[in-house]
Write a protein that binds this ligand. Sequence first.
Ligand code: OAD
Length: 233
Amino acid sequence: MPDIRNIVILTGAGISAESGLATFRGPDGLWEGHRVEDVCTPEALARNPALVHRFYDERRAKLTEVTPNAAHAALAELDRAWPGELLIVTQNVDDLHERAGANRMLHMHGELMSALCAACGTSKPWHDALPPETPCPFCNAPALRPDIVFFGEMPYEMDRIDAALRDADLFVSIGTSGAVYPAAGFVQTARHIGARTLELNLDSSAGSIYFDETRTGPASVLVPDWVKEVLQL
Ligand code: OAD
């Protein structure tokens, strides 16, 4: 692909939908069954830790039943083959990108398979249920919580994301509704520095107007087609 060297890809729940993980918004979305403020805020964790831990325990258990789909596999292939800079920024807390083999990636909203100590700030891989007041293996405080960025908390690795966006020639957004900042604003940052912008989503989203191009359809089809195009296969 001419003039493209540095690529930043933002992924959202839509890329994992065909693996069997529910998205957040929409008729069967996770936020339909729960109010965000009941399960995804620091206040909710303080008020009702059992409910918050159970919500993430259920999602962690579900994650062990699903596998990456063709879209995750295609991005992993792009990561292996792309000679320029590449960063996959996922808002997803599942581990399907890394299970598909992607390396140049980060989780800006945290990870289901990780526990964070609210007392000492250390995180640790965690694959089982996480009861409230589980002691931290590092500082022993009974303060392990899901390693999820709650609403009102700062997403992870913003400096690294900003640096990658500043150098990007191409920004691609996949399977995200563009409803949650700061991720929803990445397209405008990319445009501002002159990168080309492409959206791959089931339907057009709230942010579609900011993209040079929007392609609509399932990620399992759109993403492998786009990767073939970019690798000129
Ligand atoms: P949303 O549920 O808001 O949006 C999912 C998007 O994926 C929608 O635009 C769908 O149209 C699209 N979609 C659904 N199925 C698809 C498919 N098979 N192929 C392609 N696209 C598909 O999820 P996110 O945008 O990821 O934050 O939500 C952003 C953040 O809001 C999440 O990271 C989460 C949530 O609150 C935290 O938990 C901190």
